[in-house]
Structures are given as structure tokens and as C-alpha cells.
Design a protein around this ligand. Structure first.
Ligand code: 2P0
Length: 358
């Protein structure tokens, strides 16, 4: 905070990669998912959004937002508008309890957000972006600790579903909820990063081209046309949520890997079951699947358990999870079979989720 008429806060938020995938909404305005999901939060040194929110009594022209240096329109009924309004409502409630507070809820806010990775790289920039927006407004309006991170996740969810999971570090579940108003649709911590620091993530950037079918449109086409998605929602995800949470608690990599890979494959099968079908993985993505499956088979034949788990989001890039000791072997093998592949370094998983110390 600087002078008496300018208030400013900066926060960063991480990317998360789901191991149980969110795909489908039962309410497209409130962003209520058709199933629960669970993710692992990545290290902010490599992938993060950094956002500064500034309230200034002299700002006159209405709330404004810049993303990577370009101004975005805040549409009247849009997601950005809803998120900013919800945060202002929380500030207003705080002000109504304490008349000495400046009425920041009535001031115009300017927001400036940047990613430290290419937005087009298909690496879940909307998740870290909306999480950083909510975190910076929460810091600007001094909402915490009275307002919990789960309560903030309920608002981040209305910006982009997967963003609710980026308010936490480590292992995070998005509980879809039953309530039609979305009150119980929020993220909770399953375990902090410190619980299982031996697990690492490796991202293989197969292509940094923008994806063909945006997630928001793609998932509703799946909801409207895929019988397999209905099976997934009712009979596949609930049991997997329980089992993978237990595997995380027990640091059981074999079970974690088995469920992660099965869920990625089930999600992409639902995409293929959509009319017309959606293809996110390409030939290189599939070759990496075969390579990891073969490495796991060979390792298991020696009685050593699985080497790695693969998972793919709405794009061709592979995210591999593995115990630290296996990373060198994985990198070496991938480099051998994909000598021209452009992939990033290894990532330690994140400890704290949102970070306000910039
Ligand atoms: C996930 N994905 O759980 C899944 C797996 C992609 C595949 O969340 O419409 O950008 O903004 O709520 O969060 C991508 O969807 O969609 C996504 P909206 P979002 O991470």
C-alpha cells in the first residue's frame, strides 16, 4: 500500500494440471462442473501469472484490465466483470463492518496481468490468470484471513473453472457441489506440496500452436453429444476421486500413475466420442503414451513399479509425473526417441499456491 489515495497489490498464481479432468458444465454462467476434478499445482518459477491490482481515487473511466500489455475489454455480462464485482461485494461487506476503512469497493480498479510463459502454448494460462486476478484483488481489498482461500476459489471458478484449483499449492480437489447457486462448488487442499515433495512434473511441449477447439466450447459439445461422458460422470470419476486422494495420502505412486493415465485416456476418449469429434492429442502425443507405457512395463517386469505417468489436457503437450529418482531416465529416453523435441526442464511442485510477496 502506498499513499492515502492509491492502493495497490501484486500477487502471482501457479498453473495446475489435472489428474482427474474437468470436462463439462451443468451451468455455463456460474461454471458448475458435471464432475469433481483433482489437480497438481506446478512450480511458479517456471509457469505463473503475475497480476497487479490498483485502486486510485483519481481513476475515472471504469475498471480496466491489461493482459500481457494488451488491454482486454471487460464485457458487461462477462467473466471478468463477474469476478471483479464479486470481489467488490466482499470488500463492501468488510467496509460495512468497519466505517474507518476507505471505500475501495466504490473506486475504479485497474488490473495488469502477465504470464511468464507464452499464452498460446496450451499450458492452462486461464487457470493461473484468473487465480492471480482474484488473489491480487483479495490482497488489494485486504479480505484475508476472514475470507478463506476456498471462498476465493468459488469466485475464481466463475472466471475459469480450472482457476479455482490454482488458489492452492500441492494437491487440490475441485468439489463440483450439489447446490444450483454454486455455493458448494469450490476447491479444497487434498495435501500440501510438502506432503509428497518427491513427485515431480515434466512438461513435453509437443506443439506451442493455439489449440483448435477451445475448452469452453469443446466441453459443451461433449456434454450435448457424448454418451461416454455420461458414463464417465456417473460411474468413472467418483471412484477415481476417492482412490487417487487415498493414493496421494499414502504417497502410492503406482496407484496415482495408474489412475492419472486412465483418466487422461478416458477424457480424450470422451473428446473422440463427441459429435463432431475433438482431437487434442497428435501422433507425437500418442508416441509419448506408448513410450511411457513401455517404460512402465519394463520397469514393472523388474519388480520396480511404474516409472512415470502421462496426462494430456486440451492440447497435444504431455505432462509427465514421476518420482524424482526417475526423472533422469525419462529425460534421457525422451531425448533419445525424440531428438528434435522441444521440452522444458523439470519442475518442482509448488508449496504455497498463490504468492503475494513480489
Ligand atoms: C482440467 N481442462 O481439469 C481440464 C482438463 C482441460 C482438460 O479445465 O470454460 O479453461 O474456462 O471453465 O477451465 C480447461 O477448461 O474452461 C480445463 P472454462 P477451462 O484442467
Amino acid at each position: 500500500m502506498s499513499s492515502s489515495t492509491v492502493y495497490q497489490a501484486t500477487c502471482s498464481a501457479p498453473v495446475n494440471i489435472a489428474v482427474i479432468k474437468y470436462w463439462g458444465k451443468k451451468d455455463t454462467t456460474l461454471i458448475l462442473p458435471t464432475n469433481d476434478s483433482l489437480s497438481v499445482t506446478l512450480d511458479q518459477d517456471h509457469l505463473r501469472s503475475v497480476t497487479t491490482a490498483r485502486a486510485d481515487a483519481s481513476f475515472k473511466s471504469g475498471d480496466r484490465l491489461w493482459l500481457n500489455g494488451e488491454e482486454e475489454t471487460i464485457k458487461a455480462e462477462g467473466r471478468l466483470r463477474r469476478c471483479i464485482d464479486e470481489m467488490k461485494k466482499l470488500r463492501q461487506a468488510k467496509e460495512s463492518n468497519d466505517s474507518t476503512l476507505p471505500k475501495l469497493s466504490e473506486w475504479t480498479v485497474h488490473v495488469c496481468s502477465e504470464n511468464n510463459f507464452p499464452t498460446a502454448a496450451g499450458l492452462a494460462s486461464s487457470a493461473s490468470g484468473f487465480a492471480a486476478l482474484i488473489a491480487s484483488l483479495a490482497a488489494l481489498y485486504e479480505l484475508q484471513p476472514e475470507v478463506s482461500s476456498s471462498e476465493l476459489s468459488r469466485i475464481a471458478r466463475q472466471g475459469s473453472g480450472s482457476a479455482c484449483r490454482s488458489l492452492f499449492g500441492g494437491y487440490v480437489a475441485w468439489q463440483g457441489g450439489e447446490d444450483a447457486s454454486g455455493q458448494d462448488s469450490l476447491a479444497v487442499e487434498v495435501a500440501p506440496q510438502s506432503h509428497w515433495p518427491d513427485l515431480q512434473a515434466l512438461i513435453c511441449v509437443v506443439s506451442d500452436a493455439k489449440k483448435g477447439t477451445p475448452s469452453t466450447a469443446g466441453m459443451q459439445r461433449t456434454v450435448a453429444t457424448s454418451p461416454l461422458l455420461q458414463h464417465r460422470i456417473k460411474h468413472v470419476v467418483p471412484e477415481r476421486m476417492t482412490k487417487i486422494s487415498q493414493a496421494i495420502q499414502k504417497r502410492d505412486f503406482d496407484t496415482f500413475a495408474e489412475i492419472t493415465m486412465a483418466d487422461s485416456n478416458n477424457f480424450h476418449a470422451c473428446c473422440l466420442d463427441t459429435a463432431p469429434p475433438i482431437f487434442y492429442m497428435n501422433d507425437v502425443s500418442r508416441a509419448i503414451v506408448q513410450l511411457v507405457e513401455e517404460l512402465n512395463r519394463a520397469n514393472e517386469a523388474e519388480g520396480k513399479g511404474k516409472l512415470a505417468a502421462y496426462t494430456y489436457d486440451a492440447g497435444p503437450n504431455a505432462v509427465l509425473y514421476a518420482p524424482k529418482a526417475n526423472i533422469a531416465t525419462i529425460l534421457q529416453t525422451i531425448r533419445h526417441y525424440f531428438p528434435n523435441a522441444d521440452f522444458d526442464d523439470t519442475f518442482d511442485l509448488l508449496g504455497k499456491g498463490v504468492n503475494a510477496s513480489h
